[in-house]
Design a protein. Structure first.
Length: 434
């Protein structure tokens, strides 16, 4: 007989009440139903919120005074037919005949603005037409040939202008830097004809030279077509006056630009001379070349090439200041030389510094007559040979009248190292020639 007290799970006792517990299966349909209900409820709430916001927004804007953007209707009808004549927008204060910055606009006089510009440019070209016939290219040529095409080797090219005609020659003012070492000089005229030229004289101090072309080297047609430019003789200031630049004012040949002179206060200083510069509002380049014209077509300035660190505005050397030098260059005469680099002391500077007006010696060139005689930086030159000189222009003009080998006395003031006062001194110099 089996023992009924055995209650192990594997026992045969109570086998009729043995059971297995199973997990309840998930109901997918029920989950989907709940998700759908939540989504539908969210959509209903969102719609209610949107309708409420839309209804409340105009009242809120009006209540709080928020600015409202006005809608502007755009009408593009007829755009294709009227694309070239867009009307300008005018306010209520605009008056007839005063429309600006729009195509077809007019000036106060009722004239079309573009027509006025066209008239200005036409007038500029008309003024520049004859002087441009006097422009030439001056090329330094080596005596050696290029083995590739048997052409001459070029040292460089300068712009030039025919400014003087004699019975036998045309004289051309041009640069000197690219010509000084050339074996031959070739001039190409505005009509394309070219001829060999002769160097009259060059001035390395300011980089100018004069060359001449004998008429016998030119054809009859070229002789008839060459124009001779008129040099301006006025020494008055051109500050604020309109000017025209021709040649290569922006680095490209055959250029014509117009503007105005904005400054004449800047000076360029070289040995024994100083010249003012005309600075314009016209954009140039380090390769700028050519001449400046006044409104009558006269040449009033020689365009100087700007240094790389300069602001590339077109600058020119006034013709009126270098005319005595031009005569010397044309005649091939030597240039008197002392080797003094000076700065003019104005009356205002003299009063502020407590010194005399005159020429402040900035430097004396090495081995020059000035250095050999003992003139030093800081000296103030007041006279030459007993004549008072108050600026570099007077000093240069006086020196220009003398010749090499002559003696000249330089009167100056030198500051004493002991008490700082200026002492009068005289130095005798022997003029050299360049």
């Amino acid at each position: 007989m089996k023992d009924r007290r055995d209650n192990a799970s594997g026992s045969e006792n109570y086998h009729f009440i043995k059971e297995t517990i199973k997990e309840k299966p998930s109901n997918t349909k029920s989950i989907l139903k709940k998700a759908f209900c939540l989504a539908a409820g969210g959509a209903v709430l969102g719609c209610c919120a949107a309708f409420a916001f839309a209804a409340f927004l105009p009242a809120a804007v009006e209540w709080f005074g928020f600015p409202q953007e006005k809608r502007v209707d755009v009408d593009l009808s007829g755009t294709a037919e009227h694309s070239q004549s867009v009307p300008s927008v005018q306010n209520e204060e605009s008056t007839p005949g005063t429309v600006s910055y729009e195509t077809g606009s007019t000036s106060e006089s009722g004239t079309d603005v573009l027509e006025e510009y066209e008239e200005i440019y036409s007038r500029v070209l008309e003024i520049a037409e004859e002087p441009m016939q006097a422009l030439v290219h001056v090329t330094g040529v080596s005596g050696d040939e290029n083995l590739l095409d048997h052409s001459f080797l070029h040292y460089g090219e300068e712009e030039g202008i025919v400014f003087l005609e004699s019975d036998t020659d045309f004289y051309i003012l041009t640069g000197y830097t690219d010509l000084k070492d050339a074996d031959k000089i070739q001039v190409t005229f505005s009509n394309g004809a070219y001829a060999l030229a002769e160097m009259c004289k060059g001035d390395a101090r300011i980089g100018l030279s004069v060359v001449r072309v004998p008429k016998v080297r030119l054809s009859e047609n070229t002789l008839e077509e060459i124009s001779v430019a008129v040099l301006g003789t006025s020494a008055s200031s051109y500050l604020g006056k309109p000017v025209i630049a021709i040649g290569s004012p922006m680095g490209e040949y055959d250029g014509v630009v117009y503007g105005m002179v904005t400054s004449v206060s800047e000076e360029i200083s070289a040995a024994d001379c100083a010249y003012s510069q005309m600075i314009t509002d016209m954009q140039g380049s380090p390769e700028s070349d050519g001449v400046l014209l006044d409104t009558s077509g006269s040449v009033i300035g020689i365009i100087r090439r700007s240094k790389e660190d300069d602001i590339n505005m077109i600058k020119a050397l006034p013709i009126a200041q270098i005319q005595p030098l031009l005569e010397t260059l044309c005649n091939g005469e030597p240039i008197p030389y002392l080797g003094i680099h000076g700065i003019t002391i104005s009356s205002v500077q003299a009063e502020n510094l407590g010194v005399s007006t005159g020429i402040y010696v900035d430097s004396a060139e090495t081995d020059s007559p000035a250095m050999i005689a003992g003139i030093q930086t800081g000296d103030i030159i007041t006279g030459l040979d007993g004549e008072r000189v108050e600026n570099m222009t007077e000093y240069s003009a006086k020196l220009h009248q003398m010749s090499g080998g002559e003696n000249i006395t330089v009167e100056l003031l030198r500051r004493s190292a002991s008490d700082g006062t200026y002492v009068e001194m005289e130095f005798d110099l022997i003029i050299e020639e360049r």
